[in-house]
Design a binder for this molecule. Structure first.
Ligand SMILES: Nc1ncnc2c1ncn2[C@@H]1O[C@H](COP(=O)(O)OP(=O)(O)OP(=O)(O)O)[C@@H](O)[C@H]1O
Length: 646
């Protein structure tokens, strides 16, 4: 059983649930003067007002009894008018209360989701959570559906829970005055019995809610897979396979729902038993003073019974409505556990990320300072690479916040072992590598030998199993850009694809000159047709770019990012594998012309022409570095074609 499964087995309606709920409450109430706090107190006020009006409304029937007994027509008219006023006020208060409740629910949802997004998109938490750390299932579902249910349930039950003590206290006093201690105790006895039975029945149901939510997430994910990969599935004519698998995840979900429903039978049974017992017990409570002779024979029993039965019933109602909340509390407990688990995991990843970032940048500073010291001492470098490092250090390799400043070294890897997550076998061992300006590096090797993994470790997605990885440069596309193996296209216009990872600021739109540059870049790659298809550069065609473009077009669009941003370093993973050699040459030479230092991962030998160092992995942990000697004109970006347009 996995760690995640063990955790979902250990959930219930207990102290752990309350401590997790408290964490969430601290997020959804960001401060004393925040909107959610204001809305919450307004809601509380409306709830009290509703109760106040309900009390007077409840006494109206008993007053009618008295009016009829007295044959008082004038009082009857007055009472009717008063009742109409009360009805109008209570209807207004309840509808405004429901409105505020809904606004509070969506405000909480926004606050909680934004807090989760902040953590999720901080550093590489989204990557770690989805790829590396598997302790939390379906984070997407937790942030969408579970947060929604949590906020909705919380907004409907919190005020009930808060005003209950006041409501119960007041009606207990009234019942005690009317029926004495025996009536009060019998009502309370019923409530405590109901609470104990409910607590026993409720707690085991929580884990079934958690399981059902998990299956719900898996089911949705399966549908999402089919949506994203519909073309590939169609090529395999594998609709039947996907249909079977989707039905399988549906069946698992239905089974989980059925199990939950089975458990809920008992919960509902106890709930309704206590509901109906409640309606009887109020009359039993009134019977005590009546049969006990507390009222005189000539007293108007029917109006007294009506008045007392109202307070008794209201006390019973207040108590049983707490018990009635059990099914909502079960749901709340289930989603609280799921959302809190996500928050806890994100906090853990955030802490790890902060430590790693601190470690890598301080390692970088230490390494570069050591290099400087060594060069001052005049130590002889033992290898070519050391010579170069020292050369760079002497030039004053300072890491600055300014992304326009030239960076001589972007990354340093020293004695690094790379191990894939969940594996024990090293893909690459004792790797020494520094990515420095002007040294275009090509990484080759058999499939699965760990070529992309080197980029993952450089990017900080995977930790190095041993050794030091150091990098320290400002974020943003002007210093370093990575192009992953799978082209990444976002939603939005063609312009947004090319300026990615920057985004259009609606207040400061991309200038016409920049658009002209982008258009000429697209022209030079014969991609003007795409601009027309997308309805213009700035137009959002509202399509899924991954479905709308061919793999070659996707690679060309992604590569154009490099030529648009012109970073100092570009680390590209098989970014031209779907392109013709012609286009590959055109793109690489443009990069060289713009003085972009390239680190490429690839299989094609044609790539050697654009690099001067070759790192070859042997697939069993070993590696070697060689210099690639070029014919002079081979790497001359101007030799064959004028690249100025790019
Ligand atoms: N997220 C992951 N979790 C666990 N193992 C992984 C993960 N990603 C990759 N691996 C494993 O790491 C190994 C190296 O993968 P990598 O992507 O670095 O290979 P590669 O040399 O780039 O291969 P190719 O040439 O086929 O792209 C593979 O065996 C792969 O299965």
């Amino acid at each position: 059983m996995g760690e995640a499964e063990k955790d979902s087995e250990n959930v219930g309606f207990d102290l752990h649930m309350f401590s997790r709920l408290w964490k969430i409450v601290r997020i959804i109430f960001p401060g004393c003067y925040s909107v959610p706090t204001g809305l919450f107190f307004l809601l509380l006020f409306l709830c009290f007002l509703e109760q106040y009006l309900a009390y007077y409304m409840g006494l109206v029937p008993s007053k009618y009894y008295k009016v009829f007994d007295d044959r008082d027509q004038h009082e009857f008219m007055y009472l009717t008018l008063r009742a109409c006023g009360l009805i109008l006020s209570i209807a207004c208060v309840i509808s405004v209360k429901k409105y505020v409740e809904s606004v509070l629910y969506i405000t909480w949802r926004q606050v909680l989701c934004r807090a989760l997004h902040r953590l999720y998109f901080s550093g590489f938490n989204y990557y770690s959570l989805n790829i590396l750390d598997r302790t939390v299932d379906n984070p997407d579902q937790r942030m969408t559906q579970d947060v929604d249910r949590l906020c909705l349930t919380l907004s409907t039950i919190t005020t009930k829970v808060i005003i209950s003590p006041f409501q119960i206290g007041y009606y207990t006093y009234k019942v005690f005055v009317g029926t004495g201690w025996l009536g009060t105790v019998s009502i309370y006895g019923l409530f405590f019995l109901g609470t104990v039975v409910n607590r026993l029945v409720m707690s085991p149901v929580v884990k079934f809610v958690v399981k059902q939510e998990k299956c719900e997430g898996n089911f949705r994910f399966k549908h999402m897979q089919v949506r994203v990969d519909s073309e590939s599935i169609s090529f395999h004519v594998s609709g039947l396979v996907e249909s079977v698998k989707t039905n399988l995840s549906l069946d698992t979900l239905i089974l989980a729902q059925q199990r939950l429903i089975n458990r809920q039978i008992l919960l509902n049974m106890t709930r309704y038993i206590f509901d109906y017992l409640g309606s009887i017990i109020s009359y039993l409570a009134i019977a005590i003073p009546i049969f006990g002779g507390q009222f005189d024979d000539d007293e108007n029993i029917s109006s007294i019974v009506s008045a007392y039965s109202f307070v008794c019933m209201y006390l019973v109602y207040s108590l049983t409505s707490l018990v009635d909340l059990s099914s909502q509390v079960v749901l709340l407990s289930g989603v609280t556990h799921r959302v809190a688990e996500l928050i806890e995991c994100l906090f853990k990843l955030q802490t790890e990320w902060d430590i790693t970032t601190l470690h890598t940048s301080s390692s970088f500073a230490n390494i570069t300072q050591n290099l400087q010291r060594r060069s001052v001492r005049g130590e002889e470098a033992s290898s070519d690479s050391n010579c170069l490092l020292e050369e760079n250090a002497e030039k004053g390799l300072s890491i600055s916040e300014d992304d326009q400043q030239p960076f001589n070294i972007a990354f340093i890897m020293s004695e690094v072992d790379i191990v894939a997550p969940g594996s024990t076998k090293a893909l690459v061992t004792n790797l020494h590598l520094d990515i420095r300006k002007g040294d275009n590096l090509l990484i080759m090797g058999p499939s699965s030998s760990g070529k992309s993994s080197i980029l993952r470790v450089l990017r900080g997605l995977w930790p190095a199993a041993r050794g030091t990885v150091a990098y320290d440069f400002p974020p943003g596309p002007k210093v370093v850009i990575f192009l992953p193996q799978k082209p990444l296209l976002t939603n939005g216009s063609l312009l947004e694809q090319i300026i990615y990872p920057l985004r259009q600021d609606p207040k400061d739109p991309v200038s016409n000159d920049t658009c002209e540059n982008i258009l000429s870049l697209l022209d030079s790659l014969h991609m003007r047709g795409l601009v027309n298809r997308a309805g213009g550069l700035r137009n959002d065609p509202d399509w899924n770019w991954n479905d709308a473009l061919s793999p070659g077009e996707m690679q060309r669009v992604c590569f154009l990012r490099l030529l648009f941003h012109r970073p100092q370093f570009a680390l590209v993973d098989e970014a031209t594998s779907a392109l013709s050699l012609d286009v590959e040459e055109q793109l690489y030479k443009a990069c060289l012309q713009h003085n972009i230092t390239i680190v490429s991962v690839g299989h094609r030998h044609s790539l050697k022409r654009y690099h001067n160092t070759l790192l070859t992995l042997d697939g069993i942990g070993g590696w070697k570095k060689d210099t690639i000697y070029q014919e002079c004109d081979e790497i001359n970006p101007h030799s064959e074609r004028d690249m100025s347009s790019l």
